[in-house]
Every structure is written in structure tokens, then in C-alpha cells.
Design a protein around this ligand. Structure first.
Ligand SMILES: C[S@@+](CC[C@H](N)C(=O)[O-])C[C@H]1O[C@@H](n2cnc3c(N)ncnc32)[C@H](O)[C@@H]1O
Length: 1017
């Protein structure tokens, strides 16, 4: 690979010389820089051009490039010389000027010379590819001793932080009980936080702020060797006052002695950094590292990750351009008030300070640049960075008084005539005054990188986002009201920040955010897309892709993630322009090329200005799709079901085939409420209920609601609803009649405890399975798997065909609360079908329609033609020519799929090795060898003769046979309690059953494909 890189470099150089006519030194240097960058990247290092360095003599030098790691440590230096120079003489001069000889590479595009540890280590002629490769590899692999030591110190620090924090927590609790002064100071501080930041701030949050303050204070004081930045900050001062009431004497000494060595190491490194940009980067890297070890959950929740400079610069340029284009004003002009609502380490604001013209900077800085931050550490860092940058730029220190320590989403004060909602008459506090001041301003540019973290996945992680009733209400009134999606996940941080910013922005203005890109095409965001198009007049999107939650070819196309591959969600930069008096909304789209790597995406933003990019106009369709618009007759087909029709009780039926529909069951604790035998199910559920009831007895009425989450016994699986029940003191009891049968995966039934308490979501299933019934399951739009359909008489699981894919059910019947069975296919649909296919002798019935629909959903040409539609909407059904043929196919398919356990076993040849002769333990295999038609059951038994078409019957990404194999493998349960107490499944106990099932499902597959292949192309 490296040799290839060198060959590419030579090819490039040849081209430059050929086309340039002569040697263009700067182009040649750039090519070598690219080559060096590629080598550095292979070692996770970055080549940073022209960073100032102070050498031993005290003199400052600027090597052409510095190799740096993620913690901004210097690994080596590069000096590029002109071919006309005498390389050896140049090297001597550089060393005489004090250039470090630890690891430095000199070259003049003919010869490369590497010095390490003061000695010439290697020399290579550029034409000797192998020698040059060896030299470059050695250069990027050399880790200087100081760097090793620094990393060791940081690793040790990381390992010690949790223990130190725990110790401080204990000290605080102790002191809180013992010292009235501390108690008073802390209570006052908490009250202030609740007023200023968010009423939901709890004592635990205040305590954590104190710990973070104590653990990191020295870093701020010393890395930036001008401590006034920190001392003069309002919040830091206040926290220091609280800290001073308990953190002195022996307490202080004990903790301080333990952290001092780390700070010495950190300070020693910091002392060598003279470039203020580098210093800021160093501090940010330390901060990110610290936060991730100190509180990884909060780091995730808050989106603690700083924004690459390339993105920030691009966005500022673009916002400036758009402000001028639409409003005739630049960012520097008076009256353009700018806000970063989640400033983190202050990257956007510092970049803005660098960007604005001298003449406009001071006024802007003092009056029209605002930012917010809710976490204490980034707040400190932002404050430092901003003041420091200003001082570097102007030579004068000026406190930055427009940074607020506040929860942006909770601050809806601006709505109420510029008053922060809370009553703060009694408190005179600088931070509160700042918030109030900000709320009085008309903000015309909101720019930043809000957190992208979506809903918490697992309640046992106890890492919930805060609740924001006001913003959520606004989301409900807008994005959700316009959405047709079934399961809306719009109360995520990303939607909340856009909602907040849209409401906060003035009647004329621009929002510039970098965030999740799923709003571009996800079905859940259809209402969101409509709302933003209604609320703005111009939308510009730069899609940076990089969604790592995709798979296969799509995953490869998504490419790297512009956040240096540190996050998994796809990313887009978007600009929303609102202009009073303008009608309609023009939407423009640009995207990075498919397959681009993270570095290439950054380069895309670095090397292109907004005005260089070519934007494509987007014309949304009537369902508010922006991308991948499908052009066909979809709109003319009849809708299978719709949200509106389902909710209309007693009113005229809407024009759909099925009135009621429901998603499959979401248990949120599969390992607890699914089982292979009834006895096992009962044992697990009883255990869970016993622990739960014990927790109710232990906590209900005794522990403050907000503290319960920290005190729970997490040996069982909690969910939000179960926590809520506990908070209300609800006791559970095991009920035999709730043990039902579920269709867990295709052709795999399992016992299911179908309890409203222990299933997170049952949707409308209780109305469907109140008695015998029959449903057509199909892939919920928005899922990431190919469309499938499967009939069932049992309760289907939401993830019937695995994760990232939901299953909807259309029942033949539904049941009223009194148990009466009703037909679920509408009279309207019956009339449509009867009118379309008139036959007075034998009119179409509702079960015929049921069968017809089932056949159509299997039709390969239908699935292909409407692929994009099916990804976004519920199916619509065409009237095919021969109704009865389709109804008959549907009936036969349904018979096969419902009665698969009675299908004739397919004559697969079984081969068994003699256990005596193998003498090895029998190990389950359950592997399909499709090319040879073989199924390896275990190390003894093989089935042969699976016909090729059997594999073609697929549901989602697996064939029916593969589902059976997959589900019967032995696997270690993920839940620790289940693993320890209920891990009873052994394949050997089910072997004969599985072989029998495979044979029958093989027949079902072959017969299904026979029918499907008769359908017209
Ligand atoms: C993705 S980071 C921003 C990074 C920033 N641009 C930088 O480069 O440092 C998001 C920041 O928003 C802050 N944040 C999250 N929720 C917030 C809220 N509700 N109000 C204010 N700040 C918030 C987090 O603490 C975090 O520092």
C-alpha cells in the first residue's frame, strides 16, 4: 500500500512537470505533503502545516509540518527544501537554529534525510521506492520518549479519575452532613442553577459540577498561563466560593497530591505550545478525553465532541454569504446578532472572532455575539478560548460577557416578551442577567452543532435526555402534526434544537446547523420537512453522508464520517433562510461524493467555499419527500390502511381496505418474556415480578422520585413504563392467562408473556388477538430491510425479521371491548372490488380480498416497481386483471405459511456420523451451504439436497430456512441475570424438532416460489 502511494506520488510529480513545463516547487511540495499525510494517517497521526514551536534556546521556529496525535502531541517534524538549495548545508543551518533532532525529516524532492535521536538514521533517493518507503515508515513510527511518557500519564489519569471522583463524592456527602457553611453554600448554588439553567437540575448535578471544577481547575489556571480568564468568570467564581467552604486543609491536600503529578506533566507539555490555536486544540483534546472517562454517559447525551474546524469555517463563510445574498448584510454589520446555542468549547465563536474584520470586531464581541452552554467544563473552556482568541487577535483583554450558563432548550423566555420565564426578582445574579439580556435580543443568525444523540436505547443505561415540555409541545404542534409516520421519534435532541432555533430566530434570519442528515429522507421526518418548508423561504443542504447504521453496498457508499469517524449517524450541514414577506420555499441540495473518506469530506469543506458548490433544486412531492422521488401510478392505487382511517371511531369509513392495523409487539425485554417452554416462561416472569415488587416495597414512598433511578436493582430489565409503575407504587402479579404464543421470527413460534405491564408496546394488538384471528404481516415503511410479507395466527413480534425493521399487521377481524368479533375489511373496499370485478353469480367476499392482497404483496414485479413507495408509505393495492387467479394464489400461499408445521417434509437426505467413531463432543453448527444445497446441523448430522429455489424464499435479509437455522443457534444471553440464572437452551434438546422443521419449511419455500414464479413479470 505504501509503495503504491509513492508510485502515485511519482506519477503526480511527472504530470506536474510535464504540464507545468518546468518544476513548480510549491505544487511539488504539496504533492509530497499529501504523500506524507497519507503515511501519517496510517498511524492515526495528522500532519499539521506550519505550527510554531519554541526550541531550547527560547527561539521560535516554524517547521513546514508537524506530526501530531489526537492529544496534539508532536511526534516529528518535516522540513521541505528547494531543489536549488544545498540540502546538507540547509540541515546544518536548521540544527544551528535549534530545530529538534529527535525525529525530523528533511527533503528536497530528490533526497530525503531522516534524523532520529540526534543522529542521521536513514537517507533515501526519491527514485528508490523501497528506500523511500522504509524511511517514511520509520519517520511516522517513531514515538518520542516525552510523548510516550505523556500518554502514560494520561492513561494513568484516565484510570484514576473514576476513583478520584468517587472519593470526592464521598467527601462532599460527608461535608454536607457535617458543615453547615458548606450545606448553605451548596443549597444556594443549587437554587441558583435551578433558576438559571433548568428547573430540573438536581443536587447530584450540582455535586458533579463541583467535582469537575475541583478536578480540572489547575488545568485551566496553568495551560493558559493567564489565570484571570478563569478567575473572572462569574460561574467559576461562584463555584470556587462553594468549594472554598469545604475543600481546604487535609481534604484538599489529599486529593491535590494525587492529581498534582498529572498536572505537572500536562503543564510541561502545554508550556511548549506557543501557537494559540494549538493551545486551544490541546485543551479541547484534554477536555474530551477527561469527559469521556469522567462521565461517558453524559458525554454521549450532551454530544461532547468538538466540531472539526473545516466544518466551522465553511459554515461561517456560508452564513456570511447567505446573509449578504438575502439581506444585503454581512455577519460583521451592526444589527446582525449571532447566537451559538450549544457552544461546547466555543469553536464557532472563536472562529467568528478570527473571521470578522478588525473594524467591526470589538462592537460585535461586546454586543452582538452570544452563546450558551449547559455543562460546566465546556462552559469554562469556551469562556477561556473566546477571551484568549480575542486577546490574541487584538492584543487587549476584554471579558466576554455574552456567554450564558444555561439550558438553551429550557429557555423559552424570549417568547414572553424578552423575559426569561422564571421569577428571579429575588436574585441578583450575573448569569441570569446575561440570559435575560440575550432573551431581549432579536437573533438573526443561529449557528452551531447541537447534540445529535437520539432517544436512549436502553432504560437500564439510565441515561435519559432531560424533558422539555415546551419545546416538545411545539414539536407536537408542528413536525408531528404533519407526519404520517406511525412511530414518530421526533422528541430527539436534534429535532428539539431545530424547533427551538426556528422559534427563536427573528422574522428575518438564518439558521446554520451541522447535524444528523436523516431528516433528508427518513419517513419519520416527513412532517418535519413540511414544517421547515412552511417556516422558511430558502433551504440549502450539504449532505456529508457517513451513516454507519447502514449495511452492504449502501454502507460503502455512505463513506467515512466527517467527525473523524467518531460518530455513526450521517451528517449534513444545513442553512435555513427566513425572509419576511417572501412566499414559498426554495430548496437546494449538494452532497459529497459517494465512498468519500472522512479526510476527503473535510477537504471538501476546506477546499470549497459555499459559492463553489453546485446545488440541485429539490421539488418535494406531495408527501414531502425530498430525495429519491418515485414516478409511477402509486397515487391511483387503493390504500391498504391509513392512520386517519384507524382513528375515526364511528364516523364514515375512510377509503382504505383495512380499518384497523397495528405494529407487532415490542417487549423491550425479549430475553425475559419470550421462552421456549411454558415452564421457563413462568419461572423467568415470576422472578422478574418478585424483584420488581421487592423494589416497590423498598423505594415507594421512601425515596425521592428523582433519586430512584440511581438506587434500583438493575438485575432485571427496566423500562420507562416499569419505572413509572414503581413510582406510582403499582404491584405486579403473574397471570397464567397472559402466556400466549408469539411469532417471534418467520416460522419460529415462542411462548410470549403478553402483558401490558411487561411489554413496552402492545399497540392495537389486544383488539386483534382478543380471540382467534389472522393477520397479514408486512414491513413497516421506514425499515431498513427489503419488503416482506407473512401471514400469522399468532402475535407477531415487532422485529419479526430482525433489527432495523418493524412489522405491521393487517387483521382479518377485530374485537370490540365486549369481545364481539367484527370484520376489519371495510365495506368501502368491498364495494370497490365488487364494482371493479362485477360477478352477480359469485360476488367477491372480504376473505377473497384478504387473499388477493396477500398475493399482491408477494408479487416480485410489484415490489420492484413500487420499491421506493413501500419504503415510505403503507402499501397501496392495484386491481390486476384476473382477480380470482390472484385470490387463489393468495389463499394457497396463506395456507402454506399458516400451516407450515403440517407441510409435507421435504425429502432432504440425512447423513449421520457415528458418534463412537468421531469421539469428539457434538457441537451445533446450523450452517447453510447454499451453493451445494447442504445444511450442517451439527458436527454429526448433515442434510443434503436443498433445492436452489428454496433459498429464494426470503423474508427481509434471510431466507425462511436461514431464519429457522439462525433462531435455533445456541447464544449467550445478553442480559446478565438471564445469562446467569436462565440460560437453559441447548440445541441438542431440540435437534430432531429442528430437522423436522427444516424439512417442512423447505417444502413451504419451494411451494411458495412455485406460486410466486407464476405471477406475471
Ligand atoms: C456537539 S457539542 C458542540 C461542539 C462545539 N461546536 C465545539 O466544537 O466544541 C454540543 C455541546 O452542546 C452542549 N449542550 C447540550 N445540550 C445543551 C442544552 N440543552 N443547552 C445548552 N448547551 C447544550 C453540550 O454540553 C456540548 O458541549
Amino acid at each position: 500500500m505504501s509503495v503504491q502511494l509513492i508510485q502515485q506520488y511519482h506519477a503526480k510529480v511527472e504530470k506536474i512537470i510535464r504540464y507545468g513545463g518546468s518544476r513548480n516547487e510549491s505544487a511539488l511540495r504539496k504533492s509530497f505533503q499529501d504523500l506524507l499525510e497519507a503515511y501519517a494517517l496510517g498511524r492515526n497521526l495528522l500532519l499539521v502545516p506550519e505550527v510554531e514551536l519554541r526550541v531550547r534556546s527560547g527561539r521560535r521556529v516554524v517547521p513546514d509540518g508537524t506530526l501530531k496525535d489526537a492529544l496534539r502531541q508532536d511526534w516529528g517534524y518535516w522540513e521541505s527544501k528547494d531543489e536549488k538549495d544545498d540540502l546538507q548545508a540547509e540541515i546544518a543551518t536548521k540544527f544551528a537554529r535549534g530545530y529538534p533532532a529527535t525525529n525530523i525529516l528533511f527533503e528536497d524532492t530528490h533526497t530525503a534525510v531522516l534524523y532520529q535521536a540526534g543522529e542521521e538514521a536513514l537517507r533515501a533517493d526519491f527514485t528508490d521506492v523501497a528506500a523511500l518507503d522504509a524511511l517514511l515508515t520509520r519517520f511516522v513510527s517513531y514515538e518520542p520518549r516525552e510523548v510516550t511518557e505523556f500518554h502514560r500519564a494520561i492513561e494513568q489519569f484516565n484510570a484514576d479519575v473514576p476513583a478520584l471522583a468517587a472519593e470526592l463524592r464521598a467527601i462532599i456527602e460527608e461535608q454536607y452532613a457535617a458543615s453547615p457553611a458548606f450545606q448553605k453554600a451548596l443549597n444556594e448554588f443549587l437554587a441558583l442553577c435551578q433558576k438559571a439553567i433548568n428547573p430540573h437540575v438536581e443536587m447530584a448535578d450540582a455535586r458533579e459540577m463541583i467535582i469537575q471544577h475541583v478536578l480540572t481547575e489547575d488545568i485551566f489556571m496553568t495551560v493558559f498561563d493567564e489565570p484571570q480568564f478563569h478567575r473572572e468568570n462569574a460561574i467559576a467564581r461562584m463555584l470556587q466560593e462553594v468549594v472554598d467552604t469545604f475543600y481546604y486543609g487535609t481534604t484538599r491536600h489529599t486529593i491535590h497530591d494525587r492529581i498534582a503529578p498529572y498536572y505537572e506533566t500536562i503543564n510541561a507539555r502545554a508550556a511548549q505550545i506557543y501557537n494559540h490555536w494549538e493551545k486551544q486544540k490541546f485543551l479541547k483534546a484534554l477536555y474530551e478525553n477527561f469527559y469521556r472517562v469522567y462521565n461517558p454517559k453524559a458525554a454521549d447525551r450532551l454530544g461532547v465532541i468538538y466540531t472539526p474546524d473545516e466544518i466551522v469555517r465553511f459554515m461561517i463563510h456560508a452564513a456570511d454569504h447567505l446573509a449578504f445574498q438575502h439581506f444585503g448584510k454581512t455577519l460583521g454589520d451592526a444589527g446582525v446578532e449571532i447566537l451559538d446555542p450549544t457552544t461546547g468549547t466555543g469553536t464557532f465563536i472563536t472562529e467568528l472572532i478570527e473571521y470578522l474584520p478588525d473594524s467591526q470586531l470589538q462592537y460585535k464581541y461586546q454586543h452582538e455575539i452570544h452563546c450558551n452552554e449547559v455543562a460546566i467544563l465546556p462552559y469554562y473552556i469556551a469562556n477561556l478560548n473566546i477571551e484568549y482568541t480575542y486577546k490574541q487577535r487584538t492584543g487587549a483583554y476584554l471579558p466576554f460577557e455574552n456567554i450564558c450558563f444555561v439550558d438553551t432548550l429550557d429557555n423559552m423566555g424570549f417568547v414572553k416578551g424578552g423575559q426569561h420565564q422564571m421569577d428571579f426578582l429575588a436574585i441578583v445574579d450575573e448569569n441570569i442577567e446575561r440570559v435575560q439580556r440575550q432573551n431581549e435580543r432579536r437573533i438573526s443568525v443561529i449557528i452551531g452543532n447541537p447534540p445529535y444523540n437520539a432517544n436512549q436505547l436502553n432504560e437500564n443505561e439510565n441515561n435519559k435526555n432531560r424533558e422539555y415540555p415546551d419545546v416538545d409541545q411545539r414539536i407536537k404542534e408542528t413536525y408531528i402534526r404533519h407526519s404520517t409516520a406511525q412511530k414518530t421519534k421526533l422528541y430527539d435532541m436534534y429535532a428539539r434544537f431545530l424547533r427551538w432555533a426556528s422559534d427563536r430566530l427573528d422574522r428575518n434570519g438564518i439558521i446554520a446547523f451541522v447535524s444528523n442528515n436523516s431528516f433528508l429522507d427518513a419517513r419519520t421526518y416527513d412532517g418535519f420537512r413540511k414544517a421547515v418548508a412552511d417556516e422558511f423561504n430558502g433551504i440549502y443542504v450539504v449532505d456529508l453522508k457517513g451513516n454507519a447504521y447502514t449495511s452492504g453496498e449502501r454502507r460503502r457508499r455512505e463513506g467515512g464520517n466527517v467527525f473523524s469517524d467518531q460518530i455513526k449517524v450521517g451528517v449534513a450541514v444545513y442553512f435555513l433562510v427566513r425572509k419576511e414577506g417572501e412566499e414559498g420555499c426554495r430548496i437546494f441540495y449538494n452532497a459529497v461524493p459517494d465512498y468519500a473518506r472522512a479526510e476527503e469530506k473535510k477537504a471538501y469543506l476546506r477546499d470549497n467555499h459555499f459559492t463553489d458548490l453546485q446545488f440541485w433544486p429539490i421539488h418535494p412531492d406531495k408527501h414531502h419527500n425530498w430525495l429519491n422521488l418515485a414516478e409511477n401510478d402509486w397515487g391511483e392505487l387503493i390504500p391498504i390502511a391509513s392512520k386517519e382511517a384507524k382513528s375515526r371511531k364511528g364516523q364514515a369509513e375512510n377509503q382504505v381496505i383495512f380499518k384497523l392495523f397495528s405494529l407487532g409487539v415490542v417487549t423491550a425485554r425479549d430475553e425475559w418474556v419470550y421462552a421456549d417452554t411454558e415452564q421457563e416462561l413462568e419461572r423467568k416472569v415470576r422472578f422478574l415480578i418478585d424483584v420488581y415488587n421487592g423494589e416497590v416495597n423498598r423505594h415507594f414512598g421512601k425515596v425521592d422520585r428523582s433519586d430512584v433511578a440511581d438506587k434500583l436493582d438493575y438485575s432485571i430489565k427496566w423500562t420507562r413504563a416499569v419505572k413509572q409503575d414503581l413510582a406510582n407504587g403499582v404491584q405486579y402479579s403473574f397471570q397464567q392467562n397472559l402466556a400466549a404464543t408469539g411469532l417471534y421470527r418467520p416460522f419460529v413460534k415462542r411462548y410470549l408473556y403478553f402483558s401490558p405491564e411487561l411489554n413496552e408496546m402492545q399497540y392495537r394488538l389486544p383488539e386483534i388477538f382478543a380471540g382467534e384471528n389472522l393477520v397479514i404481516g408486512f414491513t413497516d415503511p421506514g425499515s431498513q430491510k427489503p419488503f416482506m410479507t407473512l401471514a400469522s395466527q399468532q402475535i407477531p413480534d415487532y422485529h419479526l425479521v430482525g433489527a432495523a425493521c418493524g412489522t405491521e399487521c393487517l387483521p382479518l377481524y377485530c374485537y370490540t371491548a365486549s369481545g364481539e368479533r367484527l370484520e376489519n375489511i371495510t365495506d368501502w373496499a368491498l364495494a370497490q372490488f365488487q364494482a371493479q370485478y362485477p360477478d352477480p353469480q359469485s360476488p367477491i367476499t372480504k376473505p377473497d380480498i384478504f387473499h388477493y392482497v396477500y398475493a399482491v404483496l408477494h408479487h416480485p414485479a410489484y415490489r420492484q416497481k413500487y420499491e421506493l413507495n413501500l419504503k415510505r408509505e403503507f402499501p397501496r393495492i392495484p386491481f390486476y386483471d384476473d382477480f380470482w387467479q390472484w385470490a387463489e394464489w393468495g389463499r394457497r400461499l396463506m395456507d402454506l405459511h399458516l400451516n407450515y408445521e403440517q407441510a409435507e417434509p421435504y425429502p432432504l437426505a440425512r447423513e449421520d456420523l457415528d458418534p463412537q467413531t468421531t469421539r469428539r463432543a457434538v457441537v451445533p453448527r446450523l450452517i447453510a451451504r447454499k451453493e451445494t444445497g447442504v445444511i450442517e446441523v451439527d458436527t454429526l448430522t448433515t442434510l443434503r439436497g436443498v433445492p436452489p429455489e428454496a433459498w429464494d424464499y426470503r423474508l427481509g435479509t434471510y431466507s425462511a430456512l436461514e431464519w429457522v437455522l439462525e433462531r435455533h443457534k445456541e447464544r449467550t444471553p445478553k442480559d446478565p441475570t438471564i445469562r446467569e440464572k436462565f440460560n437453559t437452551y441447548r440445541f441438542a434438546d431440540y435437534k430432531e424438532h429442528v430437522i423436522d422443521l427444516l424439512r417442512r419449511v423447505c417444502t413451504v419455500s419451494v411451494e411458495t416460489m412455485k406460486i410466486v414464479r407464476q405471477m406475471p413479470g
